[in-house]
Design a protein around this ligand. Structure first.
Ligand SMILES: [Zn+2]
Length: 463
């Protein structure tokens, strides 16, 4: 440890150490807490990320909101002054803080002026260890989480969810395919005991990584060892295996988003198949750039159907959905669907165009040079890439991208397009034109019906 500390102190004093963003000094405290410290040339500020290795995926559908509820409870405050007192302390340090729960982690994000970095870390440590909750704070946090999720989960919402009417297209498809819980996670019914258990089981130093990037204090390593080294480790728990089961989904569906409007969105989804071990994972990133270009070229430039078509790569548990998407006028939905089908058929028949592939691969690699700017973006990058960290280095995304060959991408594409995919059209229930027709003709139809009834009545009376 002492050797590492010396090495770190030396590292911190060398401005050249900031040159290579992938090289990051990391060490484990004796209690198992992982520290990643990165001095940068951007002065006056530090970006702090405390990543706790627990997220939605660690819980079954019914209690999936537990880590999110606990995250919000951490804002409850350290003393009788509550949340306001906590906010005041952070303001006095000139810092800002927030927290996020994802499928795999809960992360506390702090931005602070460099001179107050140790005080900001003290406050973060106090939040994690000294925040006390009771039924009242639980109720407050529950209300906030419910509001974030769009209000209390009503019977009507549940029914709409089950009909596939109230969710975004990709989320709805993921539910249909059994990649996501059918009911929206809700914090109602979660108890103080459950929250406290979660905190005991997962909020432990051997399940945390602290990332600090920026104008680092020379005494920071010694301070961290002293302050965070006191946390008690726990017996590590295994992350539970996924319990959801894959199901078949409808190949085509129209989803209603809102009541009236002329806009529509077309989505064409593919489940990314497993690739052979020799195919590098960034193959999907290069393919995605290729789809972006194809959609832009075919749907916007050549056919003028969509202003900003795009492709996306979204992970749901172990699976990833690749999608080709286009924002449209609802009158153009079938033309756009046909155009997209032609694009996909062209890819099935002729594969990728080699010069286009090479150009887009070079562009994707070149973007890496400027994609991450500043302390905060760098800290976020480390947070998102923790799985790629080993022996003082984050894996080089450029090297991985260079390893993607035309043959790899063609193979992945062929496997992906072996399936016809899933089409989803999102549009409001009626168009303005349909509404206008209904408004114009509605009263006349009603009048007509009334006259008919009147005439029939008179006819019957006459007889
Ligand atoms: Zn939240």
């Amino acid at each position: 440890m002492r050797c590492l500390l010396l090495f770190l102190l030396l590292g911190l004093s060398l401005p050249g150490a900031a040159a290579d963003r992938l090289q990051v000094e990391g060490y484990l405290l004796p209690n198992g807490m992982q520290l990643l410290l990165k001095p940068s040339t951007e002065k006056g500020h530090v970006a702090i990320r405390l990543v706790v290795g627990v997220g939605f995926d660690d819980f079954p559908c019914a209690t999936q909101e537990l880590p999110h509820l606990l995250e919000h409870l951490m804002f409850s405050g350290l003393d009788a002054e509550g949340e306001a007192g906590l906010e005041r302390r952070m303001q006095e340090l000139g810092g800002e803080w927030n927290a996020f729960t994802s499928d795999t982690d809960t992360t506390f994000v702090v931005e602070a002026p460099a001179p107050n970095q140790r005080k900001a870390l003290d406050l973060l440590l106090a939040i994690i260890t000294r925040t006390r909750f009771d039924e009242a704070t639980l109720e407050t946090a529950r209300k906030i989480v419910e509001r974030e999720d769009g209000g209390q989960y009503s019977h009507l919402q549940r029914w709409l969810d089950h009909q596939g009417l109230a969710r975004g297209a990709s989320e709805g498809l993921a539910v249909e395919m059994g990649l996501k819980c059918a009911d929206r996670a809700s914090p109602s019914g979660l108890t103080l005991d459950q929250v406290n258990n979660l905190r005991r089981q997962w909020y432990a130093p051997n399940n945390m990584t602290l990332i600090v990037v920026g104008d680092l204090d020379k005494l920071l390593p010694a301070y961290l060892e002293r302050a965070f080294g006191d946390l008690e480790p726990v017996e590590p728990s295994d992350h539970p295996p996924a319990t959801l089961k894959a199901k078949p989904a409808a190949r085509y569906r129209t989803l209603y988003s809102g009541w009236v409007g002329d806009a529509a969105t077309l989505h064409w989804y593919f489940n990314e198949p497993d690739l052979p071990d020799n195919v590098p994972p960034p193959t999907w990133d290069v393919l995605q750039s290729y789809f972006d270009w194809l959609l832009y070229n075919e749907l916007r430039l050549k056919r003028g159907l969509s202003y900003g078509p795009w492709s996306a790569n979204e992970g749901f548990g172990e699976s990833t959905l690749m999608s080709l998407n286009a924002d449209l006028d609802r009158a153009d939905v079938s033309a756009a669907r046909q155009a997209m089908a032609q694009v996909l058929e062209g890819l099935r028949q002729h594969g990728l165009d080699r010069p286009t592939f090479e150009r887009l691969k070079r562009a994707t690699i070149a973007h890496q040079a400027w994609a991450v700017q500043g302390n905060s973006a760098l800290a976020d990058y480390y947070w998102q890439s923790l799985a790629d960290y080993e022996d003082g280095h984050f894996a080089d995304p450029t090297a991985a991208l260079r390893g993607v060959t035309f043959e790899h991408a063609s193979d992945a594409l062929r496997r992906m397009l072996a399936d016809p995919g899933y089409v989803r059209v999102e549009q409001p229930l009626v168009s303005y034109g349909q509404l206008q027709t209904a408004l114009y003709t509605g009263p006349w139809l009603a009048l007509g019906a009334l006259l008919l009834v009147g005439a029939a009545w008179l006819y019957r009376r006459r007889r």
